[in-house]
Design a protein around this ligand. Structure first.
Ligand code: NI
Length: 173
């Protein structure tokens, strides 16, 4: 297994619309294992393939408190949304940034597991929010897209400054 590099906003590769998964072979299995390791290491509750520069329709989630509920969603479709809620969200591609986003309170999602077996999940609360957030990633959409252009710009400037500092630090070391 390996820890993959997570792309950070405003990296334009985060805007890529991912392609459907058709091959459930060794390469995919390896990528899923690496994504779980990367997500747990970060640590985060969800990671979309797009965020690690793999442009497949795939994300992993573990929304449990004790990291005991790993879930894989391949070729997901959100087929139903119910209700409205607002939650403060963060994202591994936006270190240190949190913002309130309004989403559906409950979703029904159809997807395939890591071996291609189809399943359907009807869920609410935190897991439903994470599913919607990760689904956006594979569409090239980001949680800051729900904010005003002014707020989004402020976040972009802050992260660009952070990234510049980090790259200087790498040069010195
Ligand atoms: Ni995210």
């Amino acid at each position: 297994m390996a820890i993959l590099e997570i792309l950070e906003f405003p990296d334009p590769r985060l805007r890529t619309k991912a392609q459907p998964v058709t091959d459930f072979g060794d390469e995919l299995q390896q990528q899923i294992d690496d994504m779980f390791q990367t997500m747990y290491d970060a640590p985060g509750v969800g990671l979309a393939a797009t965020q690690v520069n793999i442009h497949k329709r795939l994300f992993v989630i573990d929304a449990s408190e004790d990291k005991s509920d790993p879930r894989v969603f391949v070729n997901p479709e959100i087929v139903e949304k119910r209700g409205i809620e607002e939650m403060e969200e963060g994202c591994l591609s936006f270190p240190g940034v949190y913002a309130k986003v309004q989403r559906a309170d409950e979703v029904v999602v159809k997807a395939q597991d890591r071996h291609g077996n189809p399943f359907e999940l009807d869920t609410g609360d935190f897991l439903a929010v994470v599913i919607q957030h990760e689904y956006d990633h594979i569409e090239g959409k980001l949680f800051v897209d729900y904010l005003s252009p002014l707020k989004r710009n402020r976040i972009r400037k802050m992260l660009e400054k952070q990234q510049k500092k980090q790259s200087k630090h790498l040069l010195i070391n």
